[in-house]
Design a binder for this molecule. Structure first.
Ligand SMILES: [Ca+2]
Length: 119
């Protein structure tokens, strides 16, 4: 069980962790595409609710609104980068694992790879 971040703060991701991450991103991309009902490239609040439930996160109305407010851009849409950031954050919250460094390295990786897989 090796730490994701090295002492100097650089990301160190093993093959197994990368495989897990990659599989998650692919499944989240499928969910994103499936529930972007109007094919706008962003999630509306309504689409976001369906997508989050499909990803396994049941939020009450208040928390859902907080999440959408936090991750939506000015036009109230959540793009794929923010969608993944949101899911990583939710997963960290829900899984109750004290591994904040995991979130950081995931987000940087996701930002890097989403350019290749996003639309
Ligand atoms: Ca949409």
């Amino acid at each position: 069980d090796s730490p994701i971040l090295q002492k100097d703060g650089s990301a160190r991701l093993g093959l197994v962790e990368f495989q897990i991450l990659w599989n998650k991103i692919r499944s989240w991309l499928n969910i994103f595409r499936q529930f972007d009902l109007d094919k706008s490239g962003t999630m509306s609040s309504y689409e976001m609710r369906l997508a989050l439930e499909a990803a396994g996160f049941k939020l009450d109305n208040k928390l859902h609104q907080v999440v959408v407010d936090r991750y939506a851009d000015d036009s109230l849409g959540v793009d794929f980068d923010n969608f993944v950031s949101c899911l990583v954050k939710l997963e960290t919250m829900f899984s109750n694992q004290p591994k904040p460094s995991t979130t950081l390295s995931w987000v940087s990786l996701v930002t890097y790879y989403s350019e290749e897989i996003c639309y």
